[in-house]
Design a protein. Structure first.
Length: 180
């Protein structure tokens, strides 16, 4: 029913800050990235966690990227997995693809007790020809604490309630094909 579609201008990248509980060993960030319409050339996505860049690489229409994975210079391990083949999901007549992103964030990156998440794409065409979306954002704190509850979900946002509370910039956009 609803997507979180980011603006294509860097100054309008969607940003949100989350609180991190004390004593975490690592944080796990998960989200779905929608590669919408005619991506080509050097069109790519990035996530920033407390200004640490996670370069999630280039995506192209006509290519099923499958599984990609890497580790950043600062120890953030990430992987991107296509959830299915390209197909026309919504908006324009071009094929779209959904990728599930998972990143493991070491505790020293969130040691101050906050996790600032910024999501961005760099595309080289107008948004009527190519666009992007982020959805189903889930952040989980993982602890190594013996008898305590080791995993604690900080947030799960699917934007289907039409709320973007706490987000700075970005916009909501609708297409039934992108509902969960």
């Amino acid at each position: 029913l609803i997507n979180f579609i980011e603006d294509e201008i860097a100054s309008k990248d969607p940003v949100k800050v989350y609180f991190v509980p004390h004593g975490v060993e690592f944080m796990m960030l998960e989200f779905d990235f929608y590669e919408i319409d005619q991506w080509e050339g050097r069109d790519c996505i990035y996530a920033y966690v407390n200004n640490e860049e996670i370069d999630l690489n280039v995506y192209n229409q006509g290519v099923d990227e499958g599984l990609k994975r890497n580790t950043t210079e600062n120890g953030i391990y990430w992987e991107s997995r296509s959830t299915g083949p390209e197909t026309q999901i919504g908006f324009n007549p071009y094929n779209d693809q959904i990728h599930h992103i998972t990143a493991y964030i070491p505790k020293y990156i969130v040691a101050a007790g906050l996790l600032q998440l910024r999501l961005t794409t760099r595309i080289d065409d107008v948004d009527t020809n190519e666009s992007s979306g982020f959805d189903n954002i889930k952040i989980t704190a993982h602890k190594d604490c013996g008898p305590c509850i080791p995993d604690y979900m900080i947030v799960f946002e699917d934007f289907e309630d039409e709320s973007i509370d706490g987000w700075t910039r970005g916009r909501l956009d609708f297409d039934m094909g992108f509902t969960t």
